[in-house]
Design a protein around this ligand. Structure first.
Ligand code: BTN
Length: 248
């Protein structure tokens, strides 16, 4: 991963570019990275603020030989790899908010957007889009997000070396992806994921469209689904898709 890197000063969205290159047959492991995104996209159709030189806005093309159902595992794997990379690089403690938000001191510093192209029983490609608020200052963060989002620079008090962080991220994704695909070590990765995930053992509000309900998160199963006890003591299995959750 990262043997081939396509770099842009400014682009709409690195995920869109990566999907285009993937559809044109690019090799697995290609990374698209940009200094700025003018149309950065988040989950659930949200916008992703991506100012120039302030973050790491990147997308990785993968071509795993897995069933489409399993693709969600790549999201969890990426969250784990990126959180480890940031910890190794900065010394900050990085938690995971299921499925794929990275959080420092309770505020979001990184989001991951996984997009897949697949046939019924075969994945063509998966694009993993990673957005890290690296050197954003408080003014770069929109007012409505100020109590929910932060950056590495705000938390550390100094700017990080983005190139170095980028290298750590590529290396960590490569390592965990190899464990998953070649060595079948998914179970071990999930053990590590659960340890870093802040939701387990806490109450959460689960929302899908206009419907919200509250429950107790008891576990994450080996498929990466959240196990939640609802108000009636019934166990519900939540797969990420279009669900959003927040702690209470
Ligand atoms: C989220 O938390 O909602 C996911 C945010 C993902 C943002 C990254 S930045 C690089 C890549 N290109 C995009 O347009 N989005 C992802």
């Amino acid at each position: 991963i990262g043997r081939e890197i396509v770099h842009f000063l400014s682009i709409g969205s690195t995920n869109d570019k990566a999907k285009e290159l993937a559809n044109n047959g690019c090799r697995e492991g290609l990374i698209v990275v940009a200094e700025e995104q003018t149309g950065g996209r988040g989950r659930l159709g949200r916008q992703w603020v991506s100012p120039q030189y302030r973050g790491i806005w990147m997308s990785v093309v993968l071509r795993p030989d897995i069933q489409p159902m399993e693709a969600q595992k790549l999201t969890l794997l990426s969250a784990l790899a990126v959180s480890n990379a940031i910890e190794e690089c900065t010394g900050l403690k990085v938690d995971i908010k299921w499925p794929n938000d990275l959080v420092v001191s309770g505020k979001k510093i990184c989001g991951i957007l996984t997009e897949m192209s697949a046939e019924v029983d075969k994945v063509n490609h998966v694009v993993i889009g990673i957005g890290i608020n690296a050197n954003m200052s408080a003014e770069d963060i929109p007012d409505e997000l100020k109590d929910k989002a932060t950056s590495l620079a705000i938390e550390l008090g100094y700017n990080v070396d983005r190139k170095n962080l980028f290298r750590y991220i590529s290396r960590n994704i490569d390592e965990l992806y190899t464990c998953f695909i070649n060595a079948n070590q998914w179970h071990d990765l999930m053990v590590e994921y659960r340890e870093k995930c802040i939701n387990v053992g806490r109450r959460a509000v689960i929302s899908k469209g206009d419907v919200s309900w509250e429950g107790m998160v008891t576990d994450i199963d080996d498929d990466g689904a959240l196990i939640v006890l609802d108000g009636h003591g019934e166990k519900k299995r939540i797969i990420s898709g279009d669900v959003s959750i927040r702690g209470v």
